[in-house]
Design a protein around this ligand. Structure first.
Ligand SMILES: *Cc1c(COP(=O)(O)O)cnc(C)c1O
Length: 355
C-alpha cells in the first residue's frame, strides 16, 4: 500500500508464475518448458541478426514472421492478415481480453484452467463466470450455452491436460455465433487437433498459439493469434495504443526460423509424446491416477499420499513439479514431460518416496 499507487494497482491480484530457481542440477518439471533446446536454425538466425542493425527499430508489423506462420499452415489458406503476433502468448491474451472479451454479459471460462484468465479480468474489470469442469475434470460444452460476452479456455486444458475434439468445438461455435470464442492452444502440438482449420468458417473464432512449449522458445517470448481479419484488427488497434514494437529484431529472426524448421518441430514433439506415454504407464504402476493428457505435462494424484507432501519430498531430491493449493485439485501434481532421463529420475524418486 502506497499513497502514490493508482486505485487500479491497489485492487490488483497479480498472476504468480511458476518458480524459476537459480540453482542448477535440478530436474525442473514445473513450468512446462521443453527439455530439448530450440532448433539450431533458430540460434543461427539470432546470431545473424545480432548486428549493427539493432540500432534500428524492428518491423512494427512483423511481416516476415507472419508470412512464416502462414507458410507453416500451408494448405489451410491462412493469410498474414489473419495473424497477430505478440511478446509471448501471455501478451497476446492480455490484448485479447481488452480488445474482444470485455462486454456486458459475463465472460465464461472453466473453474479449473489457466490462472492468468481471472487476473486479466481483474485488471480490466471484466465480468466473468466460472463454469465447473465435470467430475472427470472435463469441459462440458453444453454448460456454455447461456448468455455470455465471450468464451475462453485452453485446448488441451491446463493444468488438467484433457481436451475437446474439433467436433465439440464446432458445436460450441455454432451455439455461440454472437460471442467471441477464444481457444488457447498452447499445448495443441502434443496430440490434439488445432482449431486453426476452423477459422475460415467461423468469424467469431480466435486461436492462440505460443512458441514457448512445442518450439522450445519460452525465453524468447513469442506468441500469436489466428482469426478473422476483423478480430486481428481489434488486436492491432489495442497493440498500437500500447507498444508498437513488442517483437524485437532478435525474437523476430529466431521465431521466423522456428516456424520454418518443421523437421525439428516434428522430431522433438514426437519425442515428448512418446516419453509422456511411457511416464503415464510408469506412474500408474506406482499406483497414481493420471488424467488422460495430450499436453507436454500430466496431472496425477496418488490415492494414498498427500499432493503437497509428495511435491515437497520430490523437492528434497532436487526434482521440482507444480502443485496448486486450489479447491478440487490440491491432491494433484502437474508434471512436465522432460527427457527420458529426467522422467526416469522422477519415477525412481517417487518409487523411493512411496516405499
Ligand atoms: C504457457 C501458457 C501460455 C503462455 O505462453 P507464453 O507464450 O510463454 O506467454 C498461455 N496459455 C497457456 C494455457 C499456457 O500454459
Amino acid at each position: 500500500m502506497n499513497r502514490f499507487w493508482s486505485k487500479v494497482v491497489h485492487n490488483l491480484t497479480p498472476y504468480v508464475p511458476g518458480e524459476q530457481p537459480k540453482l542448477t542440477n535440478l530436474v525442473k518439471l514445473n513450468t512446462n518448458e521443453n527439455p530439448y533446446g530450440p532448433s539450431p536454425m533458430v540460434l543461427e538466425a539470432i546470431q545473424a541478426a545480432t548486428a549493427d542493425t539493432l540500432r534500428l527499430y524492428p518491423d512494427p508489423n512483423a511481416d516476415r514472421l507472419r508470412e512464416a506462420i502462414a507458410g507453416f499452415y500451408g494448405t489451410q489458406g491462412i493469410e498474414p492478415r489473419q495473424i497477430f503476433v505478440g511478446n509471448g502468448s501471455d501478451e497476446v491474451l492480455a490484448l485479447v481480453f481488452l480488445a474482444l472479451l470485455k462486454h456486458d454479459n459475463p465472460l465464461l471460462f472453466p473453474d479449473i484452467t489457466y490462472s492468468f484468465y481471472p487476473v486479466y479480468c481483474g485488471l480490466y474489470g471484466i465480468n466473468f463466470e466460472l463454469v465447473p469442469l465435470d467430475e472427470t475434470f472435463q469441459i462440458r460444452i453444453e454448460n456454455y450455452q447461456r448468455p455470455n460476452g465471450g468464451i475462453i479456455f485452453p485446448n488441451p486444458n491446463a493444468p488438467t491436460g484433457r481436451w475437446l475434439t474439433l467436433d465439440e468445438i464446432e458445436v460450441l461455435l455454432k451455439a455461440n455465433p454472437d460471442s467471441p470464442v477464444v481457444i488457447d492452444e498452447a499445448y495443441v502440438d502434443f496430440g490434439c487437433d488445432s482449431a486453426v482449420t476452423l477459422v475460415n468458417r467461423y468469424p467469431n473464432l480466435l486461436v492462440i498459439h505460443t512458441l514457448s512449449k512445442a518450439r522450445s522458445l519460452a525465453g524468447l517470448r513469442m506468441g500469436f493469434a489466428i482469426g478473422h481479419p476483423e478480430l486481428i484488427e481489434a488486436l492491432d488497434r489495442v497493440k498500437n495504443s500500447f507498444n508498437s514494437y513488442p517483437i524485437d529484431r532478435l525474437a523476430m529472426a529466431g521465431a521466423t526460423a522456428a516456424m520454418e524448421d518443421r523437421d525439428y518441430y516434428e522430431q522433438t514433439r514426437h519425442a515428448i509424446m512418446s516419453c509422456r506415454d511411457k511416464l503415464v504407464g510408469d506412474l500408474e504402476a506406482l499406483g497414481f491416477e493420471v488424467l488422460p493428457s495430450v499436453a507436454n505435462f500430466i496431472f496425477a494424484r496418488h490415492p494414498k499420499r498427500d499432493g503437497a507432501q509428495l511435491s515437497a519430498a520430490l523437492r528434497e531430491r532436487s526434482i521440482i513439479v507444480r502443485h496448486f493449493k486450489l479447491p478440487r485439485i490440491d491432491q494433484f501434481l502437474r508434471i512436465t514431460i522432460g527427457t527420458p532421463e529426467q522422467c526416469g529420475a522422477l519415477v525412481k524418486a517417487l518409487g523411493e518416496i512411496l516405499a
